[in-house]
Design a protein around this ligand. Structure first.
Ligand code: TRP
Length: 461
């Protein structure tokens, strides 16, 4: 009896920790704004397809690598294969973690700052929907405001990773994350009750395929990786703490369902409000900060709700940021034998520093462009649309071709014996997805986004 309870406890622990990493700004801030920029429903559809046929199989593979090696990402490849090339791919993940955390903290800082704005009831002074957008604009153009909150958020992240009090955070997450979920459901109902909400639903669910091009597909794929914390070894690290008695398949499926559910709820809450209040869905990274304050001012108890919402969003961002810094720190501690505290301080400072030009992208450096994008956008693009899909590609290749299926299958079966007996064909599907479909699709999406696919097509015409 005791044994059974303990098993269940650890299984839930893994799912919550992994969901805590997956659910963050990606779901509530990034998903709505990139869906808005890329035309809505058609993009959402492609994103869901990417999640199902690439994200889920690669997540299973990544968790499996972690659980089988019980090591950090670089160490995992070392144990399972030993070659320098594969270790370098683990290293690429560590680099991606750096880049993501640097701009992630800037946005988390906005959320932190909005706790104070909400608490002070600033939103009640807005006369029209446009005022919320203007207010956001004036806050982010204030260098002091944006840098202070970036810094405070970073200090919080570093303190938690420094003292290793994740256990505490995890215990609180078990209460706070369901609370975030409930609040999001309240806002969905609030959004749906607004006049004109149906236009928002149509935007989100009625595809206009003409809005889709190679670039959009790459953004959808990149976001599938970003939102699942995939392609850089974060899920590998969590998998390394998982017991062999638990099913990797069902745990992965649950993480994907939770993460997608939160993103869709956020999408409904935000686009109903965007269209009901006549705002611009292509507003970009500020979208939720333009829209939600308007919704909050229009609902009873709005001040309490908005304070709570931004508090919970900040905490969701914190549980994701910890996982990002932890991957970087774990690498320097495990592989290069650094002292943990030194690694936290040095890499915390370096990553915070790389975040500064991202913060300045909204004010002083807004006119400084690299490849036509601000520093903030370049960091996001490089990490989400290039490094993560590339990492996912190599993870699929590793599991499908290098590791050897004779070794992979018994590992996958461990903890999922019943499932294997009942649905042997589903295992074959997974094998097909990770071996052929995922790598080929990722490859095609890359070709397509640089326009190579079109050129190849014309060659054959
Ligand atoms: N998935 C998180 C989000 O949606 C962000 C994140 C945390 C992440 N850890 C990661 C993304 C590791 C990629 C890799 O907000």
């Amino acid at each position: 009896m005791t044994e059974q309870r303990e098993q269940w406890g650890s299984r839930l622990g893994f799912i919550l920790a992994a969901a805590g990493s997956a659910i963050g700004l990606g779901n509530i801030w990034k998903f709505p704004y990139i869906a808005g920029e890329n035309g809505g429903a058609a993009f959402v559809f492609i994103y869901l397809v990417c999640i199902a046929i690439i994200g889920l199989p690669v997540l299973v593979g990544e968790v499996l690598i972690g659980r089988s090696s019980h090591r950090d990402p670089v160490g995992a490849f070392k144990v399972l294969h030993g070659s320098k090339v594969w270790m370098a791919i683990g290293g690429m993940g560590v680099f991606a973690g750096f880049v993501i955390l640097s701009f992630y903290s800037v946005v988390a800082g906005w959320s932190l700052g909005y706790i104070i704005e909400s608490y002070n009831g600033v939103f009640y002074n807005f006369q029209s929907a446009g005022d919320a957008g203007n207010h956001f604009g004036s806050l982010v153009s204030n260098v002091e405001w944006i840098l202070s909150f970036h810094t405070i958020f970073f200090i919080l992240t570093m303190i938690i990773v420094y003292f290793g009090i994740q256990k505490g955070i995890e215990r609180y997450s078990k209460i706070l994350m369901p609370l975030l979920f409930i609040l999001l459901v309240v806002m969905v109902f609030r959004g749906l009750s607004l006049e004109g909400a149906d236009k928002g639903l149509a935007f989100l669910f009625k595809p206009d395929w003409s809005k889709i091009n190679g670039e959009t597909v790459l953004v959808a794929l990149g976001h599938a990786f970003f939102t699942l914390s995939l392609g850089m070894g974060a899920m590998m690290t969590y998998g390394s703490y998982m017991s062999d008695k638990d099913s990797v398949l069902s745990a992965s499926l649950q993480i994907v369902i939770l993460d997608t559910l939160i993103a869709m709820l956020a999408g409904v809450a935000i686009f109903t409000a965007v269209f009901a209040t006549g705002q611009d869905p292509t507003a970009g990274p500020g979208l939720i900060f333009h829209t939600l304050p308007v919704v909050f001012t229009k609902m009873p108890g709005g001040q309490i709700f908005s304070t709570l919402f931004f508090l919970l969003l900040t905490i969701a961002a914190l549980t994701s940021a910890i996982s990002l810094l932890e991957v970087v720190v774990a690498f320097f501690v495990d592989e290069l034998k650094w002292v943990r505290h030194k690694a936290v301080i040095l890499f915390g400072l370096v990553t915070w520093g790389i975040g500064i030009p991202s913060a300045l992208s909204f004010n002083k450096m807004s006119e400084v462009h690299f490849f036509g994008m601000t520093f903030f956008d370049v960091s996001d693009y490089l990490a989400s649309n290039i490094l993560l899909p590339l990492g996912g590609f190599f993870i699929a290749i590793f599991v499908g071709w290098v590791w050897g299926f004779d070794k992979v299958l018994p590992k996958l079966k461990s903890g999922a014996e019943d499932f294997f007996d009942k649905y042997p064909e589903r295992i074959t599907y997974w094998q097909f997805f990770i071996k052929y479909l995922a790598p080929v699709l990722i490859f095609l999406v890359f070709l397509n986004s640089v326009g190579l696919l079109d050129k190849i097509k014309t060659l054959f015409n």
